[in-house]
Write a protein that binds this ligand. Structure first.
Ligand SMILES: [Zn+2]
Length: 353
C-alpha cells in the first residue's frame, strides 16, 4: 500500500517583530551540495518536483532534518540556516510538540499512534520516518492545480520494501509567495503596510516557525490517517468525498494557537491575525458538508482514538476524558497522545460553536 498525500495551506502566515537572537544550533549543518532528493532519499518524491531535480541541500545530522533550496529561487545559504534555526527555536520553546511532530515517529513501531489493524496488516512503518523532515524551498513544489500558497506539505507514505525511503514528511515554502510576488498571499497579508522585503524579513524571524509546525501537523494527519477515525474522515477515500479545506485548517489553527499562547515565540499581532483567520474559518465551516458529516459521526465530540498503547492508560488522561474547551493543553515530553488530545479539544470547540 502506498499513499501519496498532499495538503496545501492557503492561509500560511506571519506576525510582528520579535528580537532575533543568535542561538547556537543543536547540531552541525552539513552542506551536501547540489543533489537531488532521489540521491539523498532513494524512492522519495518531493511533491510535484521530479525526484531527480537538483537542489542545494543541507543536512543537520543530529535532528535528521534536510533543507533543499531550488537554485532558481533567490534564497541563500543564510535562508537555509534560518530554517534550521526556526525549527531549533520551536524545539526549545515547544519541546513536547516538537518531539511529537518531528521525533517520535523516527523511534520505531512503539512510537506514534497505535494501529487498529490486525497484526498481519498493521502498518508499523508509519512510525518509521526516514528523516524528521525535508524542507523544500521551491516555487515548483506544489501541485499547480491546488494553486499557490506560502507553505504546503507532501507526505510520502509507503512501505519501505518498495523503496529505501518512502515515509518522508516534506514541508515546502514557496519563495515567490513569501517574497510578495503573489498579490494577496504571503507575509504582506499578515503585515499590512510593510514593503515586501520588510514583510519577508519579519516572516523569516517569526512566521516561518509557524509555517513549519503548521505543515507538519497536516502531515501528521496524513501520516496517521490509517490509524485514526477523525484523521481518516478528513481525507478522501471511496466512497468518502474530499473534505472541504476549511475544517482541517480550523483544527490545525485551533490546536497551534493554543500551543503558541504558551510561548513567547509569537508577538500579539501575529496571534491576533490568526485569531481573525480562526473566526472566519469557524463561520465557513458551519455551513459545510464535511463538518456536518463528521459531526454526524460524532467524530468532533467523541474520542479521537482508542488508545491501544501498552501502559498508556496509566500514564494520564485518555482522549475519552472530555475537558473544558478553555482548558490548556498540557503537553509533556514523551506523551504523544497529549498532542492528539489537543486536536480533540479543537474539534470539540468547533462542535460547540
Ligand atoms: Zn493549513
Amino acid at each position: 500500500m502506498r499513499q501519496l498525500r498532499a495538503h496545501i495551506c492557503l492561509l500560511a502566515a506571519a506576525g510582528l517583530i520579535l528580537p532575533v537572537t543568535a542561538q547556537a544550533l543543536t547540531g552541525e549543518i552539513t552542506k551536501l551540495g547540489r543533489v537531488s532528493v532521489g540521491e539523498v532519499l532513494p524512492g522519495a518524491r518531493p511533491g510535484a518536483l521530479p525526484s531527480s531535480y537538483q537542489l542545494d541541500m543541507w543536512k543537520q545530522e543530529e535532528t535528521a532534518i534536510l533543507v533543499g533550496l531550488d537554485p532558481r529561487s533567490a534564497w541563500t545559504a543564510e535562508d537555509a540556516h534560518a530554517i534550521f534555526g526556526a525549527l531549533e527555536r520551536s524545539r526549545r520553546e515547544l519541546p513536547a510538540l516538537y518531539q511529537t511532530l518531528f521525533e517520535l515517529s523516527r523511534q520505531g513501531s512503539k512510537a506514534g499512534l497505535p494501529n487498529p489493524l490486525p497484526r498481519e496488516k498493521a502498518a508499523g512503518w508509519t512510525n518509521r520516518n526516514a528523516v524528521a523532515a525535508v524542507v523544500i524551498v521551491s516555487a515548483s513544489f506544489g501541485d499547480v492545480n491546488l494553486g499557490r500558497a506560502m507553505a504546503s506539505n507532501f507526505y510520502w507514505l509507503g512501505k519501505p520494501k518498495d523503496a529505501i525511503y518512502t515515509n518522508v514528511p516534506f514541508l515546502a515554502l514557496d519563495p515567490d509567495v513569501i517574497g510578495g510576488a503573489i498579490p494577496g498571499l504571503g507575509p504582506m497579508a499578515i503585515y499590512p503596510g510593510r514593503a515586501p522585503e520588510e514583510a519577508r524579513r519579519v516572516y523569516m524571524s517569526e512566521g516561518l516557525i509557524d509555517s513549519l509546525l503548521h505543515e507538519r501537523v497536516h502531515a501528521y494527519i496524513s501520516q496517521y490517517y490509517g490509524h485514526d477515525a477523525l484523521y481518516a474522515a478528513l481525507r478522501p477515500s471511496v466512497p468518502q468525498p474530499r473534505c472541504e479545506y476549511d475544517l482541517e485548517e480550523l483544527l490545525v489553527v485551533d490546536f497551534l494557537l493554543s500551543e503558541y499562547r504558551q510561548t513567547a515565540l509569537f508577538a500579539s499581532g501575529y496571534l491576533r491575525y490568526w485569531d481573525g483567520q480562526q473566526k472566519l474559518l469557524r463561520q465557513r465551516v458551519k455551513g459545510q458538508q464535511c463538518y456536518a458529516r463528521l459531526r454526524g459521526r460524532n467524530l468532533l465530540k467523541g474520542p479521537l482514538l482508542r488508545n491501544e498503547r501498552p501502559n498508556a492508560a496509566a500514564a494520564g488522561p485518555t482522549v475519552e476524558t472530555w475537558l473544558p474547551s478553555n482548558q490548556r493543553l498540557q503537553l509533556t515530553p514523551n506523551s504523544w497522545f497529549e498532542s492528539v488530545r489537543g486536536a480533540v479539544l479543537a474539534a470539540r470547540a468547533v462542535s460547540q460553536r
